[in-house]
Design a protein around this ligand. Structure first.
Ligand code: CA
Length: 254
C-alpha cells in the first residue's frame, strides 16, 4: 500500500510553478539562497551545504539576491550583513516588503550585542557570527526549517510501503529500522519515493539529484543506487528498488 503524502517543498513548487526556474533546478532538496560577497566563504558554503543535501543559489550583492528571491521559492536565506551594495539589514527589510517570508539566518562578522539584537529585530530569524562552525550552522538551519514547517508531521514525511522518510530530519527508516544514509543517498531515495511506481531514468536522476555538476557519462547514479540498495534492501527484505535494464530504476510501491 502506498500512502500518497505531499510535503511542504513539493507543494511549494506546485504553487510557484509560474515563476521562472532554471531547468537544472533541484526540486528535491530544501533550497537555500546564500547572500555573501566573500568568495572563500561563499564557495565553502556552496560545497558544504550541497554535501549536506541542500540546493544552493548564490548572490554576491543585495540587488542580485532580491532578483533571485523574487523568482524562486527558498526555504531559508543566509544573509551576510556587509554587502557591497547595501547593508544586509536593508536587504532583509526589502525582502519582507516584497513578500519573501522564508526564514533568514544572518551570518555576520559583526559580533556586538547591539548588532545581533538589531539583526533579530529587523527581520532576521537567527544570527550566527563569523567565524562559525559548520556543524552549528547546519544545526541552526535544521531548527529554522523545523520551526517553519507546517503543522502536521504528515506534511514532512514520505512513506512507500514500509519505507519512511522524515524530510526535515533527513532520516529514513525501513520497517522502523533506521537506515544510515549519506545526504546524497537520502536525496536520491527521496526522488525515488516521490516517483514510486514510476520508472526514472539515469538522466532524470542526474538532472534532479545532481543538477549540472556531473558529466552525463558518469556512473555516479549506478554507484549510488548500488549503495542505496545495499542499505534499503540489504537485510533480506522484500526488494523495493528495481533495475529495468537499459531504462532506469523504479521504487516498487506495491
Ligand atoms: Ca561581507
Amino acid at each position: 500500500m502506498t500512502s500518497a503524502m505531499t510535503t511542504r517543498s513539493f507543494r511549494r513548487n506546485e504553487n510557484t510553478h509560474t515563476h521562472a526556474r532554471s531547468s537544472s533546478t533541484n526540486i528535491l532538496c530544501m533550497r537555500l539562497l546564500v547572500v555573501e560577497d566573500e568568495y572563500d566563504i561563499q564557495s565553502f558554503l556552496q560545497q558544504a551545504l550541497f554535501e549536506a543535501g541542500y540546493a544552493v543559489d548564490l548572490a554576491r550583492d543585495g540587488k542580485t539576491a532580491e532578483g533571485l528571491a523574487k523568482g524562486n521559492a527558498y526555504d531559508i536565506l543566509i544573509v551576510d550583513l556587509g554587502l557591497p551594495d547595501q547593508d544586509g539589514i536593508n536587504l532583509i527589510t526589502r525582502l519582507r516588503q516584497i513578500g519573501v517570508h522564508a526564514p533568514v539566518l544572518i551570518l555576520s562578522a559583526r559580533r556586538s550585542v547591539d548588532d545581533r539584537v538589531r539583526g533579530l529585530e529587523q527581520g532576521g530569524d537567527d544570527y550566527l557570527t563569523k567565524p562559525f562552525a559548520l556543524a552549528e550552522l547546519l544545526a541552526r538551519l535544521r531548527n529554522l526549517l523545523k520551526r517553519n514547517a507546517p503543522q502536521g508531521s504528515e506534511l514532512t514525511r514520505l512513506r512507500v510501503q514500509d519505507l519512511e522518510l522524515d524530510l526535515l530530519r533527513r532520516e529514513a527508516t525501513r520497517s522502523g529500522q533506521p537506515l544510515q544514509l549519506t545526504p546524497q543517498e537520502f536525496v536520491l531515495l527521496e526522488y525515488l519515493c516521490r516517483n514510486a511506481g514510476r520508472v526514472v531514468t539515469r538522466s532524470m536522476i542526474l538532472d534532479k539529484v545532481w543538477g549540472m555538476r556531473i558529466q552525463p557519462d558518469t556512473n555516479v547514479v549506478d554507484v549510488h543506487i548500488y549503495r542505496l540498495r545495499g542499505k534499503v534492501d540489504g537485510n533480506g527484505q522484500w526488494p523495493l528498488i528495481r533495475t529495468l535494464r537499459g531504462v532506469g530504476y523504479v521504487l516498487q510501491d506495491r
